[in-house]
Design a protein around this ligand. Sequence first.
Ligand code: CUA
Length: 174
Amino acid sequence: MHIDKLEIKWATVSLLIAGLFVSVILASAFMHGVHAPSNVEPIDSARLHLSAEFAEDKLGAQQNPDGSVTVRMVAGRYGFYPNTVTLPAETEITFRWVSLDVLHGVHIPMTNMSTMIVPGYVAQIKTSLHHPGDYPLLCNEYCGMGHAHMWSNIKVVSQEQWQTLNHKGESNHE
Ligand code: CUA
């Protein structure tokens, strides 16, 4: 089969351009700690209140034996529950999200905590928040008339402060 020289040249150029784009995407994904959607864990969105994990009294932050923290939250039109969660800085945090109605997105600006919350599935993100302070938690997936008002608050405190809060037996969900 004969392939024209010019054709080979152009094919090479276009492959190089495609390769460049792929490497730019991969480099920025690794640099920003982007999470590819990968957690396929079904859950019955209509019966969250009856589930072992996402019943109302199980929501919020919980410290695991290894010191890491798991946060369970429910997204529903138009809010995230619990409304405020206090978390320790510089700690491995696993967020587990479920939706009780429609598709939502959740996002903490300037961090890599960003995921879609698809009804019927648990969305899971591992991250760590470096600086104490108040972080907004925003919905970034249009979910209805109240979408723009769907936001909550994450309060990040130092590890010492968090331990004191925990040992006083104060609940982390308000
Ligand atoms: Cu929830 Cu937009």
